[in-house]
Write a protein that binds this ligand. Structure first.
Ligand code: GLC
Length: 551
């Protein structure tokens, strides 16, 4: 194994106020000619991320995988899929990132693996009652000949959450549980072998020098294995102290804490704030996405409630908040904010389909939301392409769609491919420098993205990219944007006005105009505004500003 990459040393608890850039490796940059991004492509573009001013990256899964669910169906947790490169490429990426002062966290997928994972193929082959099957949830079916699934639970991707296997002798056999696609069998975390294996996996990557993990579907590892039927087929998943997955996260934390450099984990859970906070107790995980903030959309009261509730719940356990508006599972915010307010917050991939979309409005709002996102205390995530103001691509032809949701709902839900279209880097026509000019990107790129490439935005001070660079620089120089207190000033139902103060930082006001009317600006020095041009004492609708004010 290669020597672990050198570690950035500067701050402790870096994760408490980090801005972490999410890279979807398949869509970031292709160093080859196959139309799919790869790890070398990421390494080649690290100078771009350094100049953007983020602190870390999160790499979505790059493991060997049949790609039934964009790599969230892992067949080997300790290797790199040849389509993305090699372990040596990953080591080189880590070394280059660390040399540039960037930390790197990687995706850990502990709820389920691929049905091609050697543990699962062994389980199917080994038959009923075997120790191999005991690593998953195999059960006999109900009804005549066990032909009915063990419960009525439904999968998140549509259809039943159980699939029947053939036994080694060819007879119809047991059923196994999958919260997502049938090709993603769930591990049985009640089996200590599973924890031992994941501790080994954590150490494998920590030894190589990764700075932490984003933990997929982290709240769902434990199922109610009395398997009760439910009224609507929703799975029963304990999340609290009574039977929930907390002992697993305490074990993970012990592994992380045994390494130098504050290795940290961010968890993915859509649970209510008080349940999320349980996962953030000092002996559990470090960060948890605030999906309330993402779902708040373009609404001042919803944004305020999300911010206040998240901060209050996290404060009770001493954890920072983690703000996010975009990711690889959600229509891009430019498009969500372009729709009517009621739709803007919806977390349902198809919520915006067919809605009236005003992309210029969505872009203005996304600029303003970037100001708020990066002015709140705690960590923040930026999804690749968000800093370019990319819209969702809602007109991909059916034939190119790859999300299993599309197939499993019979085309009723189009799925998440629209936010996964490759990034435009340069040039006037697809593939915009993402891959070789004569190669086809794995999802077609809209010709209209010629105005949104990195090269097109690079030197334009009015661009979204320029706004992100200025914001990230301001956040670095103003401690009160990264940490400290949030005080709400009354500004009516359509504006967010917060006072930000921190020890050692100057007092700032963050103002976001979210209604139809301009918002009068309080006295102070405007440090940054989301709109180009002078403000004349008022903030126009769909915009935001940061002001320095008297302490
Ligand atoms: C998470 C991932 C998503 C994936 C699902 C199943 O929600 O973000 O992309 O489909 O888990 O692994």
């Amino acid at each position: 194994m290669a020597a672990p990459a050198a570690h950035p040393t500067e701050t402790i608890s870096w994760w408490r106020e980090a801005v972490i850039y999410q890279v979807y490796p398949r869509s970031f940059a292709d160093s080859g000619r196959d139309g799919e991004g790869d790890l070398r492509g990421v390494t080649d573009r690290l100078p771009y991320l350094v100049s953007l001013g983020v602190d870390a990256l999160w790499l979505c899964p790059f493991y060997p995988s049949p790609q039934v669910d964009g790599g969230y169906d892992v067949s080997d947790y300790c290797d790199v899929d040849p389509r993305y490169g090699t372990l040596a490429d990953l080591d080189a990426l880590l070394a280059a990132a660390h040399a540039g002062g960037l930390r790197v966290i990687i995706d850990l997928v502990p709820n389920h693996c691929s049905d091609r994972h050697p543990w699962f193929t062994a389980a199917v082959a080994a038959g009923r009652g075997s120790p191999e099957r005991a690593r998953f949830h195999f059960r006999d079916g109900r009804g005549t000949d066990g032909a009915e699934p063990p419960t009525n639970w439904r999968s998140v991707f549509g259809g039943p959450a159980w699939t029947r296997v053939r036994e080694p002798d060819g007879s119809p056999g047991q059923w196994y549980f999958h919260l997502f696609a049938p090709e993603q069998p769930d591990f049985d975390w009640g089996n200590p072998e599973v924890l031992a294996e994941f501790e080994r996996i954590l150490r494998f990557w920590l030894d190589r020098g990764v700075d932490g993990f984003r933990i997929d579907v982290s709240d769902a590892l434990i199922k109610d294995t009395t398997w009760p039927d439910t009224a609507d087929g929703s799975p029963v998943i304990p999340k609290g102290d009574d039977g929930g997955p907390h002992p697993i996260y305490r074990a993970f934390r012990r592994v992380l804490d045994a390494y130098p450099g504050e290795r940290a984990a961010v968890i993915e859970t859509g649970a209510p704030d008080d349940v999320v906070a349980l996962f953030l107790r000092p002996d559990e995980m470090h960060l948890a996405f605030s999906f309330r903030f993402l779902k708040a959309g373009w609404s001042a009261p919803a944004a305020r409630a999300a911010i206040e509730d998240t901060l209050a719940a996290n404060a009770r356990v001493g954890a920072p908040a983690t703000w996010v508006t975009d990711n690889h599972d959600t229509p891009r915010s430019v498009t969500r904010y372009a729709a009517d307010t009621a739709l803007a917050g919806a977390y349902v991939p198809d919520a915006v389909a067919g809605a009236h979309l005003d992309l210029a409005r969505g872009t203005r709002r996304a600029r303003a939301m970037a100001v708020l996102l990066l002015s709140l205390p705690g960590a923040a995530f930026v999804y690749a392409g968000q800093e370019l103001g990319l819209p969702n691509v809602d007109d991909l032809p059916d034939a190119v769609l790859q999300d299993p949701v599309f197939v499993r709902t019979g085309g009723e839900v189009r799925g998440r491919d629209g936010c996964r279209v490759p990034l435009p880097w340069s040039g006037d026509a697809p593939p915009f420098g993402f891959t070789a000019d004569d190669a086809a990107p794995w999802l077609p790129m809209p010709p209209a993205w010629r105005d949104l490439t990195v090269a097109a935005q690079d030197c334009d001070p009015a661009s979204m990219l320029a706004l992100y660079r200025r914001l990230l620089a301001l956040r670095r120089s103003e401690p009160s944007l990264r940490t400290g207190t949030v005080t709400w000033l009354d500004a009516g139902p359509d504006a967010v006005v917060i006072r930000r103060e921190s020890e050692g930082g100057r007092a700032l006001l963050v103002v976001v105009a979210m209604g139809e009317e301009p918002v009068p600006l309080p006295a102070g020095e405007v440090l940054l505004a989301s709109t180009p041009g002078p403000l004349d004492g008022v903030l126009p609708p769909d915009s935001a500003a940061v002001l320095a004010v008297a302490s």
